[in-house]
Design a binder for this molecule. Structure first.
Ligand code: ADP
Length: 369
């Protein structure tokens, strides 16, 4: 079976017509946050909030249309309220800047929450999240890892954790732990191959619960593996988590396709500082001879980062060792700490930490030695 593509999904969605506007929902730019993970598809349909309640049939026909594509096993379409992007350059987000006092109360023991995001799936966002978290740990920090990629949770596998989180008090869940990192993932609650149906409000409450109702304890940094994409669902998440900053993972091709720019814009809309960009699968290391080939016009990320005024945090090569170790639940930073790759991840981790722990705009910190 050929792999399902975003184009295939969009093609069938073009047959779904918005009854009020007599045009298809793709041409009307109503589809956002499209995620195709193996045979599972998720997307949101952006609608005017006033029309929301009447559009359930539209949502259902969109789901049915995609479900009819051969090979699709699950489809999740959510209606999301469409909001105009702020027109003034630095208009503050309505819900208050991320990291505002209301949100901070969610996870009081956690010093900084950092999102790892990507313009689309499959660029190595989860692999980067795990190795970044392990790099932060190796640098001496207390680290948590929150798998917010609820459409395709991969942390149980990558961190080699099985079983379900327990609860000592019947109210809060104990996070799972391995390699010295506290981990929470929807994948602990449901089997990895169970297609999950997420409706908009459920997505939000799942994330809030994983923050608020988990006994994270005292952490220096909580790394959040965001769902791929930059649509409204991701935007809502970015708004709900009191983020100290975001890191964007991109492959050289996606940089050319401006996906990194979309990520940057998404976080700007919610006032979250983008700490920088990591170029993943930057060049290819031949497993036999170690020869380096730049298959995807390497170096694009650095140029793009410069052009956008973003920091370039580092480049990770495409190397089978990175894939094998993370797919086996033995991420390279932990299993091969002396490797070049582990060094690069630790260096990136140090840069990220310097940015969030350094002097922060608007939030002076009192440090008692
Ligand atoms: P995403 O979270 O963006 O969907 P993943 O982290 O799941 O992506 O990575 C997708 C696949 O690519 C996985 O099999 C992973 O092991 C592999 N991968 C990620 N980064 C690299 C890399 N630098 N070198 C080799 N394989 C990689």
């Amino acid at each position: 079976m050929a792999q399902l593509t975003e184009t295939q999904v969009l093609d069938v969605l073009r047959s779904v017509i918005d009854p009020d506007r007599q045009a298809d929902i793709v041409s009307l730019n109503m589809i956002s946050g499209l995620v195709v993970k193996d045979s599972n598809v998720g997307f949101s349909i952006e609608v005017d909030p006033r029309r929301g309640p009447q559009l359930e049939p539209l949502r259902q026909s969109a789901e049915r249309a995609v479900a009819a594509i051969p090979g699709v096993t699950s489809v999740t379409a959510v209606l999301t309220a469409h909001r105009e992007a702020p027109t003034a350059p630095a208009a503050p987000a309505k819900a208050g800047p991320a990291g505002g006092t209301g949100a901070k109360a969610l996870v009081p023991g956690v010093r900084a929450i950092v999102a790892v995001a990507s313009g689309k799936g499959g660029v190595g966002k989860s692999t980067t999240s795990v190795n970044l978290a392990l790099g932060l740990k190796a640098n001496g920090l207390r680290v948590g890892l929150l798998d917010a990629d609820i459409y395709g949770p991969s942390m149980p596998r990558m961190m080699a954790i099985t079983g379900k989180p327990g609860s000592a008090d019947g109210k809060t869940l104990q996070p799972m732990e391995n390699y010295g990192i506290k981990v929470m993932s929807m994948g602990f609650m449901v089997a990895e191959d169970t297609p999950m149906i997420w409706r908009g409000p459920m997505v939000q409450s799942a994330l809030q619960q994983m923050l608020r109702d988990v006994a994270w304890g005292e952490l220096d940094i909580l790394v959040v593996d965001m769902p791929p994409g930059t649509g409204d669902a991701q935007l809502t998440m970015a708004q709900q988590v009191p983020l100290a900053g975001a890191v964007i993972v991109s492959t050289p091709q996606d940089i050319a396709l401006l996906d990194a720019r979309k990520g940057l814009n998404m976080f700007r809309r919610v006032d979250v500082p983008v700490l920088g960009i990591i170029e993943n699968m930057s060049y290819f290391c031949c497993p036999n001879c170690g020869h380096r080939t730049d298959i995807f016009s390497h170096g694009g990320a650095k140029r793009e980062a410069d052009a956008l005024g973003m920091d370039f945090l580092g480049e990770i090569p495409l190397d089978i060792a990175i894939r094998e170790t993370s797919d086996q639940g033995q991420p390279i930073v932990m299993s091969q700490p002396d490797s070049e790759h582990a060094k690069v991840y630790r260096a990136i981790a140090a840069k990220v930490w310097a940015k969030v722990a350094g002097p922060q705009r608007g939030t002076p910190k009192i440090v008692i030695e």
